[in-house]
Ligand binder design. Structure first.
Ligand SMILES: Nc1nc2c(c(=O)[nH]1)N[C@H]1C(S)=C(S)[C@@H](COP(=O)(O)O)O[C@H]1N2
Ligand SMILES: [Mo]
Length: 410
């Protein structure tokens, strides 16, 4: 789709010290064609330095960042740099973190999972026991229900700051249903309590239908064991549900006939409606999307061909379409969805765009397999009011100015 002349112009710009997207590169010309760059003149670094590989030092700004200043650095949150990533997988070192009591240092040999309550056989599993069950690997996103912001944020807000409590990985583990079958679920068991082995002893009630459906007990993430901050050595994963329920450092499952009314589902993680009634147990993360290029804090270097790209997702299943507008919502175009398009997983979308250099307001809206269409902020606020803290999934506009700067607007 990119006109050939545009590409050639980009190549010419390279020699002049900018990349095709206009990013300034080193002013020193000694490493540029036709010269032999300095890194070709000596041997490179030795192998195993370090034994566990790290990104290039030139990528030092692609990092998690603390979302807001919190009173402690243990009950805190970090965000994923969505604007710097390609495809749909979040590298493990960049998976967002939400910890209520810090990251415990758990020796897997001393970790146990206890299953009790309304079961035929209360059981205690070691990690070895759990990894002997038949396993599955599936790609799912995790999104904190505190992602997005009901408050209007500063113009300098980036995609990371707007929607970075969102990551996606290939998770490996044993279906929770398999482990529950081993314990034998008693008739009348309708909920289970999941408890973490952190200082917060985070606990949430999970409906038994979800436990039997697609819930996983995960021990691996993108091929390697979970990172400590993602719940090493064992976490619950409830695909499409608010991240809070995917209890990390999982140590206990107790089956009961009703919800356990923990702090996290009474004092926290409920949504106060305009009429003063609080909605409780709002599990599912509704359809959402964000344009990651161009996005807040980035800059377009002159009119011409660009590819708008972003992420769409829905906790109810597959994304069936993403529509993009470059004129603030007057006209919408269908973006291409990059395969694979998976249920309760991030989906990458792309749309070619020729920027004429005039101010543009970029929007994306995601549509899922239930037919739900991601709402505008005005529509969302009209229904939900402004008392809520969680479940903000309104369209995120980005304003492109004539000088190419991209800023957040609510
Ligand atoms: N035990 C325990 N589990 C937890 C938490 C916690 O603080 N303790 N935080 C929850 C919240 S609020 C979210 S959004 C997700 C975040 O998962 P991540 O840190 O792997 O991104 O974990 C959930 N599971
Ligand atoms: Mo969360």
């Amino acid at each position: 789709m990119v006109p050939r002349r545009g590409v050639l112009k980009g190549a010419a710009a390279l020699a002049a010290g900018t990349t095709a997207t206009g990013r300034a590169v080193s002013q020193s010309r000694s490493n540029l064609p036709p010269n032999i760059p300095e890194w070709m003149k000596t041997q490179g670094a030795t192998i195993l330095s370090p034994p566990y590989g790290l990104p290039s030092p030139f990528e030092k700004n692609v990092i998690r960042r603390q979302r807001t200043r919190t009173p402690t650095q243990t009950a805190a949150t970090t965000t994923t740099p969505l604007q710097d990533l390609q495809g749909i997988i979040t590298p493990n070192g960049l998976h967002f973190e939400r910890d209520h009591g810090g990251v415990p240092a758990i020796d897997p040999d001393q970790h146990r999972l206890m299953v009790h309550g309304l079961v035929e056989r209360p059981l205690i599993f070691t990690m070895d026991d759990l990894t002997r069950f038949p396993s599955v690997s599936r790609l799912y996103f995790i999104e904190c229900s505190g992602n997005g912001s009901w408050n209007v944020l500063p113009p300098a807000t980036t995609a990371q700051e707007s929607r970075g409590l969102l990551s996606c990985a290939e998770w490996t583990g044993v279906p929770l249903a398999t482990v529950l079958a081993e314990a034998g679920v008693k008739p009348g068991a309708a909920w289970l309590l999941a408890e973490g082995a952190d200082a917060a002893a985070m606990t949430r009630s999970v409906p038994i239908a979800k436990a039997m459906d697609d819930a996983l007990l995960c021990y691996s993430q993108n091929g390697e064991r979970l990172r400590p901050e993602q719940g090493y050595p064992l976490r619950l994963l409830l695909p499409g549900f608010e991240g809070n329920m995917s209890v990390k450092w999982l140590r206990r499952l107790k089956l009961g006939d009703q919800p356990f009314q923990t702090r996290e589902e009474t004092g926290q993680y409920s949504d106060l409606m305009p009429n003063g009634v609080a909605r409780q147990f709002t599990f599912v993360m509704e359809a959402n999307s964000i344009i990651t290029f161009p996005s807040g804090g980035q800059r377009l270097h002159g009119p011409g061909s660009y590819e708008i790209s972003g992420l769409a997702w829905s906790g109810r299943g597959r994304v069936t379409g993403v529509e993009v507008s470059t004129d603030g919502g007057r006209q919408w175009r269908r973006a291409a969805l990059q395969e694979p398009v998976l249920t309760k997983c991030l989906t990458r979308f792309r749309l070619p765009w020729t920027w004429d250099g005039a101010p543009a307001l970029l929007l994306s809206r995601s549509i899922d397999e239930t037919g739900y269409i991601q709402p505008s902020r005005a529509k969302l606020v009209a229904v939900r009011g402004l008392n809520s803290h969680y479940h903000y999934n309104a369209i995120q506009p980005w304003q492109v100015a004539a000088d190419g700067t991209v800023t957040y607007v609510a």
